[in-house]
Design a protein around this ligand. Structure first.
Ligand code: DC
Length: 223
């Protein structure tokens, strides 16, 4: 079977991670969560006393941490300087600061290089999820998907994941983070011109997975 590179982008709460992992597992592909890498570098900055409101301080430290992503979709891992970071990167403090850290060009250059080398090394192919994969990281991906959903659906999903979080507060936080991710100068959250847009508002996760698997299979059959 030909190796295939699939880029899945979109804002938070559209089902990117669940869809990407399931599609990769179903098709025997590797999986990369690029948001986890930006969260990991943010966690390192916070833990090492870097002022995350100071873009110059972030830029100077961007090359320091060693970030390693495990790409098995049934057991994705992330370590920072050899330490498992999968728990701390989901904490509220990291979520609140990751947009500022990921907007710094030196951080993006460093993480983008890492992402390209992981994709190049994935023998059977890979599903890479993020915000700028189709536009910037892997512009030659075989298939680009852009997932969307209404703000209400996204907030409801995220507060379900965060067990009992207030839907209104989650909606406001999501909108704020998406606005920051979409308005930054360096590779903002955007749909690539050649991406297929899938609105997941009224779809179950299973339906989204089936839709993306079909798109990958059609692409493979056509090449
Ligand atoms: O997918 P996530 O919510 O874990 O991503 C965390 C943040 O990382 C998100 O707010 C923006 C940033 N990010 C990015 O700038 N580019 C990517 N390819 C992936 C994530």
């Amino acid at each position: 079977m030909e190796s295939v590179i699939v880029a899945i982008d979109g804002p938070s709460g559209t089902g990117k991670s669940s869809t990407s992992k399931a599609v990769a597992a179903k098709l025997g592909l590797s999986y990369l969560d690029t948001g986890a890498q930006y969260r990991a570098i943010t966690w390192w900055m916070i833990s090492n006393g870097v002022d995350v409101t100071d873009a110059d301080a972030i830029a100077s430290a961007a090359g320091k941490p060693s970030i390693v992503s495990g790409t098995d979709p049934s057991h994705p891992t992330i370590t920072v300087d050899g330490v498992d970071a999968s728990g701390p990167i989901r904490e509220q403090d990291v979520t609140a600061k990751v947009s500022a850290v990921s907007a710094v060009p030196e951080v993006r250059a460093r993480i983008t290089e890492l992402q390209r080398s992981i994709a190049a090394g994935a023998e059977n192919g890979i599903v890479v999820e993020g915000r700028d994969i189709g536009t910037t990281v892997l512009p030659d991906a075989d298939l680009k998907i852009f997932l969307t959903a209404s703000p209400e659906a996204r907030a409801a999903r995220r507060s379900g994941e965060l067990k009992g979080a207030d839907v209104h507060a989650t909606r406001e936080a999501l909108i704020k983070r998406d606005a920051a991710d979409s308005s930054r100068k360096t590779s903002p959250l955007a749909k690539a011109d050649d991406a297929v847009e899938v609105d997941t508002t009224d779809l179950t996760l299973q339906q989204v997975i089936e839709c993306v698997v079909t798109l990958v299979e059609e692409k493979r059959a056509a090449t």
